[in-house]
Ligand binder design. Sequence first.
Ligand SMILES: [Zn+2]
Length: 71
Amino acid sequence: MPALFFDGVLRIKIRESTFYACGYCGLIYEDKETATRCAEFCRKHGGCSIEIEELSIGRIEPASFRLTKTI
Ligand SMILES: [Zn+2]
């Protein structure tokens, strides 16, 4: 699974679709803007905003997705 880490957000490509995940909590969103908002919130507050979390479509499982470096 190719992924790119930027601005605290992970870009994930699954088949034809691109999704964005918060690099802090691992929640996945359909648009980059929401993922960026989540990452900003997580970085500042050390936890998720329930309001933003509700927009999530999934979560990266730490056991199956590991980052070896950040760009
Ligand atoms: Zn987050």
